[in-house]
Write a protein that binds this ligand. Structure first.
Ligand code: C2E
Ligand code: CA
Ligand code: CA
Ligand code: CA
Length: 279
């Protein structure tokens, strides 16, 4: 038994070693990737749950690696956060997403979709974050109401005056602010009173359980009711089944996103998508 334990330990050590090497490799490659312009954005529709009409699209970054092919964000966002590379990467994502959203205005002039952009804590905390976003909007000619900034609960934890003030400045300018992965973090609803936001994105882990757990469904109903009281819109993430959609509609959830409606798609497929999904 002892030697089996030792074997397990060795395997554990080896896999840890491999993970460290892999992360170091990702880190050097990331540096190069920013220089090479090896990133691209996919867009996933956010729909009105009742009608299925697209209201917005979330920008999701992809890394086209020279030898490893397409690398999903879960494999490099964290490394980029740790090394600080998330700042230039995030700046690129913001500019690019805003410029792309400006091209959607012509496709649906009366009712253009918004673009929703993920912003990491580190990126948000850079001194000129707000100025830069405003400059990007002005340059692209995108009205501020067509940009949503997705932040995570962890940004609000520190009770940082500057962060609160910057969220206020974004909203004052007409940009919408959304809390991403709502419910996975600290679930302290109290910050919603202190820091007003426009939207909550209910995490997929909730959506996945509502069809099998009455308790979870009650919890989700409660969150949606609270959001309604605070005039916060709710987007449910990761909807994969018609059953979940129906339960969410019944719970008065306004919006949804997930494979049931559409997968994230490259920019050139978005135009066709937008011209076909009107009611
Ligand atoms: P997220 O913000 O929660 O984005 C939603 C993720 O769920 C996306 O994964 C999307 O492809 C996936 N998804 C959407 N609908 C479904 C569904 O019905 N079923 C399943 N199983 N998955 C679904 P993706 O694109 O791999 O992104 C993963 C995470 O990486 C994102 O999670 C976000 O936290 C981060 N990320 C992506 N792009 C950026 C970016 O530009 N900046 C930053 N800071 N983070 C980003
Ligand atoms: Ca997101
Ligand atoms: Ca999310
Ligand atoms: Ca999520």
């Amino acid at each position: 038994a002892k030697s089996a334990g030792k074997g397990r330990w060795r395997r554990y050590e080896a896999s840890l070693h491999n993970q460290v090497i892999k992360r170091m490799q990702i880190r050097t490659d990331l540096d190069q990737a920013i220089a090479d312009g090896a990133f691209l954005l996919n867009y996933q529709p956010i729909v009105d749950l009742g009608t299925g009409v697209t209201r917005g699209l979330e920008a999701l970054v992809r890394w086209h690696h020279p030898t490893r092919g397409m690398i999903p964000p879960l494999e490099f966002i964290e490394v980029a956060e740790e090394s600080g590379l998330i700042v230039p990467l995030g700046t690129w994502v913001m500019r690019n997403a805003i410029a792309t959203a400006a091209t959607w205005m012509a496709l649906r002039p009366e009712d253009p979709p918004y673009v929703s952009v993920n912003v990491s804590v580190r990126q948000f905390r850079t001194p000129d974050f707000v100025e830069r976003v405003l400059a990007d909007l002005a340059e692209a000619g995108l009205p501020p109401r067509l940009l949503t900034v997705e932040i995570t609960e962890s940004l609000l934890l520190g009770d940082d005056e500057k962060v609160h003030a910057d969220i206020g400045r974004l909203r004052q300018a007409g940009i919408r602010v959304s809390i991403d992965d709502f419910g996975t973090g600290y679930s302290s609803l109290s910050y919603l009173h202190r820091v007003p936001v426009d939207t909550l994105k209910l995490d997929k882990s909730f959506v996945d359980t509502i069809s099998t757990s009455a308790r979870q469904l009650d919890l989700v109903r409660g969150i949606i009711r609270l959001a309604q009281t605070l005039e916060i819109a709710v987007v449910a993430e990761g909807i994969e089944t018609a059953t979940d959609r129906a339960l969410l509609i019944d719970a008065r959830c306004g919006f949804g996103q997930g494979y049931l409606f559409a997968r994230p798609m490259p920019r050139d497929e978005v135009d066709a998508w937008l011209s076909t999904d009107l009611p």
